[in-house]
Write a protein that binds this ligand. Structure first.
Ligand SMILES: N[C@@H](CCC(=O)N[C@@H](CS)C(=O)NCC(=O)O)C(=O)O
Length: 201
């Protein structure tokens, strides 16, 4: 079994790196320099938009961090990093992944693109306020859940935390989490884990 991860710190590829480290699965890393790596022929060969992360698992190509992390955790059921397919806990994993992507990360990404990715003349700072408002609606949902839960699903750390935690940390780095103490405490727990690729020592 050979696994190659196309990645670039500190992007969403960190989710896949962390998942592989938790699973204790060896992998090769292909990386480059931003922005040249993005959209490069090398990356387009594994991701149709030339983005990271992308994975090649025994010759099979896979993109999208949610799909990759879920696949990797499913491929190693003995490691207990994800709820079993068909279980209700697995439905909760899917719930938090979908919620993270659609209700939180989409707004963070829109603000990021309009801050430092699109050419300056095409940026629309007018949407920052709306994006922050929508992101905070999602953060309030996480905060309410985390008031009584140490981890997102099943009372233990799982790939769901790796996935959602990345976006929650992104929200914290962009100063959106001040009103959400349970999200803050959760992120402190998460980033204290020894294999977290973006932990602060
Ligand atoms: N939804 C995708 C997002 C992938 C994505 O946009 N990755 C960024 C880095 S975080 C990227 O490669 N950007 C380069 C570009 O947009 O050209 C995922 O979660 O894998």
């Amino acid at each position: 079994m050979t696994i190659t991860l196309y990645e670039l710190a500190p992007t969403r590829s960190a989710r896949v790196r962390w998942t592989l480290l938790e699973l204790d699965v060896p992998f090769d890393s292909v990386t480059g320099e931003a922005p040249a790596f993005f959209g490069s022929p090398e990356l387009r060969a594994v991701h149709p938009l030339g983005k990271v992360p992308a994975l090649v698992d025994d010759g099979r190509k896979l993109f999208e961090s949610a799909a990759i992390c879920t696949w990797l955790a499913d491929s190693h059921p003995d490691k207990g990093l994800i709820a079993a397919p068909g279980s209700f806990a697995r439905a909760l994993h899917d719930q938090w992944v979908a919620f993270t992507l659609s209700e939180l990360e989409a707004y963070l990404w829109s603000t990021a693109r309009n801050t430092f990715i699109y050419p300056e003349a095409e940026r629309l700072p007018v949407i920052f306020k709306q994006n922050a408002m929508e992101a905070k609606r999602a953060l309030a949902v996480f905060d309410a859940h985390l008031a009584d839960a140490e981890w997102l699903v099943g009372g233990r750390f799982s790939v769901t935390d790796i996935f959602a935690g990345f976006a929650l940390n992104w929200a914290r780095m962009t100063e959106l989490t001040a009103d959400f103490p349970h999200v803050t405490a959760y992120l402190d727990r998460l980033l204290a884990r020894p294999l977290c690729p973006y932990r602060k020592d």
